[in-house]
Design a binder for this molecule. Sequence first.
Ligand code: FRU
Length: 491
Amino acid sequence: MSDSDGGGGQEREGFEVVRPVVHLTPPAGWLNDPNGLCRIDGVWHAFYQHNPAADVWGPMHWRHATSADLHTWQDHGIALAPDEHGAIFSGSAVVDTAGSGGFGEGATVAVFTHAGAQGQVQSLASSVDGLRTWTKYDANPVLLPPAGEKDFRDPKVFRWGPPEGGHWVMVLAVGTRVDVYRSDDLRSWERSSSFAPELTESGVWECPDLFEVPVDGSEDTCWFLTASVGGTGPHGHGGTVAIPGRFDGAVFEAHDPGVQPVPVDHGPDFYAAQTFWNAPGGRTTWTAWLSSWHYAMSVPSAGWRGALGIPRDVDAVATRGGFRLRQRPTAELPSLRGRCVVAHDGPLRAPVEIRPSDGIFAYDLTLETGRAAGDPGLVLEVGDETSKAVTLALSPLGLSLERRSPPGRFVADSFEQEYTAPLDPPTGPSAFRIVIDTTSLEVFAGDGTIVLSAAYYWDGVPTLRLAGGPDAGSTTDWRIEIHELRPRPAG
Ligand code: FRU
């Protein structure tokens, strides 16, 4: 939490917020960070920071949802509720195959922050019935802060080393650093190192993660330490940063300690990112909260507020500036495509306009051009009858997104900004993938090395408009495919 504006503004009468169809949202109340992300027996589980009683941040619970495809979610209600140790802040979940924690072989163990009168401490809960019910450990908490440490939270736990001889690792946000702990039984934790880079923007660190991914086109792998930090996003929003480096089970060392970490998303709305435990086939998949503490409590509400971003598959690419994180929409997303509403190949001489055919405003767009630098690009707008919610200009040289409050419903000055992301001058064709779901837009460019995520709001009937860039009469060829996205029927 930081910089929140305390909002909770009244809705203008008649203002309707429509629920996204391929994003996880709470049935009612408030959502912030993803928690306890894991895949067990072929099912994706997501928990999230949740206040069931109001559409603003409050006494935090974990609420549970499952999915077969990472995009269509089924709600399972509250998993963890506040208790005598305090509210349930962010954390993670692992499967303890060997039963090292004493909760049973194969028990799922949630490791989370209790935030209460005694400050921020780390605690455990276990489930042996496929995550239907949880039992909090009766000797909670298991890890107390060093004296004077007030911000001590968001444990992300994973297994290091071979099945025999390995140990548990926890990364924890502690003030403006990340501490690494180790344990053999999930109950007693010993600090093995601290990582504290010199950041130009040094808000409190939150929600760290540490994971190893393959480097595209090589046998190499790269570790990334990620964390969400106030001020590191565009225009001083909180942002998720990724630091490439090495990890030996105890110490994380950045490849280049002098380099400022690059935000993993150039938009305002991708915070508190977390990877799923146990994604299959060596895959690393993550998601984040699709909002910003700057205005999260002031955006329009329909009795529920907040969504998780679209899950992305993550790996690394080698660039002149070192290893960079690459994020791409999952292989599951196309399985939610419905009708193809635009299939175009050639210069875009007249604008394309799309309105929802059956009340659902969700699209998966692929835009490709063979022309490199000098291409005038395309302009995509989402709006309603009276205003434009977002205008996205894209070309092979970069992206820029302007966002406005919906008509008659001012959100915040920090909401009405322009977000830009340059792209390296292309040597070949350029491709853009854009996922639009009702009230959000997530753009993937530069083969996933440049991502821009933003939520927006509209009133009435939404329209998606795509037109040629400034030089609309040009002869540049674009291959454009737009598919509707449709939720998978339940069952
Ligand atoms: C990040 C955060 C975490 C904390 C949680 C509380 O958005 O502030 O650090 O655990 O939200 O809801």
